[in-house]
Design a protein around this ligand. Structure first.
Ligand SMILES: Cc1cc2nc3c(=O)[nH]c(=O)nc-3n(C[C@H](O)[C@H](O)[C@H](O)COP(=O)(O)OP(=O)(O)OC[C@H]3O[C@@H](n4cnc5c(N)ncnc54)[C@H](O)[C@@H]3O)c2cc1C
Length: 396
């Protein structure tokens, strides 16, 4: 079946993160689709009738209901999705690649673009699609793309890459790399091994945790790490945000925008985020700022009930009755799977030199997973390009 004969429909909502991922996935396959907003007309009822499901996204290919994002990734992993769209089903772990790029954020995608344009035989392997960017709402510092969103930027990246033949494995996590004589072997969480002459690690970073027991018990039951993904669950309710850096300030503003009363907690004596965000926070009557304040206890068994906050100057405490706690205290690099192979620092960032070399021949790293100072989309993308150019030189 040719892809032009395919009718792909995606029932979605504007804010829904898994809808964004599903759309990015379809774009990664070079597929066109019709987007149906469930908030318009009677689309929600029609979706339920057609799919039997109440959640978004729902993906329908030629009138066959495939389910949501996790379902299409499962179909991708067992080859069924490719069968459905008329694409050859191949086991990509049976050959030796010139380059395997790990990740699908800006660093990995730009590395893929540059490597593909150099004619390198490459595989892009990623746990998830879109990286940190896909759930970011406002982005206004990517040159040439004023007032865009993270999802739109990622769609544009995939549309660009779809011009080239880039093989992808989406939904598999690299769990280790073995350095065997003149080849590297990447092991993944579903037991596969991918051989390659070179690797670019562009696995980014993830949210740091407070490290408290109830934080883990209540994750998803009141405790969250992504305001742009989960804020809607708390519309008009009392919430707290931990962290006075840019992510924390953006989270507090997003929550206040949907009517939440927000307590914003910062451990330092002043907020740390950008001045323009601080100004918006200070003007917002729905946000109460507590500086020099930390979370002493998270209370609740099956769902979050309250938190005890402590002033670090005088040890005084207070209890906040809140329904949602958003933890925005920075990032930790996704490098555990190579910590025995490459050198890392305290933040688990992979140490690289200006050529993006890791110190292990044949392995480069790029973007937020590395010890570069600035963690930004345009910088990660550029680092990915640099790494790909050096790999091209290495492969000769
Ligand atoms: C809330 C928020 C707002 C932001 N706003 C802005 C902004 O306005 N402007 C800006 O420039 N920057 C912004 N940033 C920063 C920006 O998102 C990052 O700098 C950028 O995404 C880093 O890109 P990356 O490709 O290095 O990593 P990431 O985007 O983190 O991507 C990493 C990729 O690797 C995959 N992966 C992870 N581990 C594995 C593994 N073991 N195996 C395979 N794949 C793996 C992930 O699934 C993901 O696809 C923001 C970040 C956050 C969190």
């Amino acid at each position: 079946m040719m892809s032009k004969d395919l009718k792909i429909e995606v029932y979605s909502k504007e804010w829904c993160p898994y809808c964004k991922k599903a759309k990015a996935f379809l774009k990664s396959k070079g597929l066109k689709f019709e987007e149906i907003d469930i908030e318009a007309e009677n689309n929600y009822e029609v979706m339920q009738e057609r799919t039997g499901n109440k959640t978004v996204p729902q993906i329908i290919v030629n009138d066959q209901s495939l389910g949501g994002y996790d379902d299409i990734i499962a179909l991708e992993n067992n080859g069924e999705f490719n069968k459905l769209i008329g694409k050859e089903v191949r086991d990509l772990s049976t050959k030796e690649w010139e380059l395997v790029i790990l990740g699908a954020g800006p660093a990995a995608l730009n590395a893929a673009l540059y490597a593909a344009r150099k004619g390198i035989d490459l595989l892009l392997l990623t746990k998830d699609i879109g990286g940190q960017v896909i759930t970011t709402n406002e982005i206004d510092n990517y040159l040439g793309k004023a007032d865009t969103t993270g999802a739109d930027l990622i769609y544009d990246f995939w549309d660009h890459i779809a011009k080239y033949e880039v093989e992808t494995v989406i939904g598999e996590e690299a769990v280790g790399i073995e350095d065997r004589e003149n080849k590297k072997v990447i092991k993944t969480d579903n037991g596969k091994e991918y051989s390659t002459r070179s690797v670019i690690i562009a696995t980014g970073a993830q949210k740091r945790h407070l490290g408290m027991k109830q934080e883990y018990v209540l994750t998803g039951k009141g405790v969250h790490y992504c305001a742009s993904c989960d804020a809607f669950l708390y519309k008009g309710q009392p919430v707290a945000v931990v962290g006075g850096g840019n992510s924390g300030l953006e989270a507090a503003l997003d929550l206040a925008n949907i009517g939440c009363e927000v307590d914003l907690l910062e451990f330092q004596p002043k907020l740390m985020g950008d001045e323009y965000l601080q100004e918006r926070i200070n003007k917002n009557e729905k946000i109460k700022v507590h500086t020099s304040t930390t979370v002493a206890e998270i209370i609740g068994e099956d769902k979050l009930e309250s938190i005890i906050i402590k002033n670090v100057d005088d040890d005084s405490t207070d209890e906040l009755d809140i329904n949602g706690l958003f933890i925005e205290i920075g990032l930790i690099a996704n490098s555990d799977f190579v910590s025995d192979l490459v050198e890392t620092n305290k933040q688990k960032e992979i140490l690289i030199n200006p050529k993006n070399e890791t110190g292990v021949e044949g392995i480069w790293a790029a973007g937020d997973v590395t010890d570069i100072i600035d963690k930004q989309i345009i910088i990660s993308a550029a680092e990915g390009a640099k790494a790909a150019l050096r790999v091209n030189q290495y492969l000769g």
